[in-house]
Design a protein around this ligand. Structure first.
Ligand code: FEO
Length: 170
């Protein structure tokens, strides 16, 4: 049985992951307006992955006989200055998510809920990867600067990203 405190915190995290999905969808829509279909694709896949993150916690709460509590999703920004601006906003957001996950792990330890701690370890690893990938894209964009051919090449590369659904109830 999940403690009430942990159940509440996991429900807050579902909301944070869905907000992330919303944010990345908004970024995808921004790139669609800008005519950058590769960037658009990359953030669309990112949004789908965030939805899976939410579902992983959703399924976990159900498996533990807890109560899923879906809260309202706050509005997200709609526009940015450049691809670099988008990825920098994305990295800033991922750092916030990493801090939230770390707080959840600390709470699971405090509550001596080792099953939840174990489930959350997947998110700890995922955050390392998310921050690293986003940082790599920031480095590339800084190198490219305002070189149109560089942006064109990166856009083509980002178009190759595909979505692999996560098995959320394992
Ligand atoms: Fe689910 Fe990108 O954090």
């Amino acid at each position: 049985m999940l403690s009430k405190k942990l159940e509440d915190a996991l429900n807050v995290q579902i909301n944070a992951e869905l907000w992330s999905a919303y944010l990345y969808l908004s970024m995808s829509a921004y790139f669609a307006r800008e005519g950058k279909s590769g960037f658009e694709n990359w953030f669309r896949v990112q949004a789908l992955e965030e939805k899976d993150h939410a579902m992983k916690i959703f399924d976990y709460i159900i498996t533990r006989n807890g109560k899923v509590d879906l809260k309202p999703i706050k509005a997200v920004p709609e526009t940015w200055q450049s691809p670099l601006d988008v990825f920098e906003a994305s990295l800033k957001h991922e750092k916030v998510v990493t801090a939230l996950i770390n707080d959840l792990v600390a709470l699971a330890k405090e509550e001596k809920d080792y099953a939840t701690e174990n489930m959350l370890n997947w998110f700890v690893d995922e955050q390392i990867e998310e921050e690293a990938t986003t940082s790599q894209h920031i480095d590339s964009l800084k190198m490219i600067g305002d070189n149109g051919f560089g942006i064109y090449t990166m856009d083509k590369e980002l178009k190759t990203r595909t979505y692999t659904p996560l098995k959320t109830n394992e």
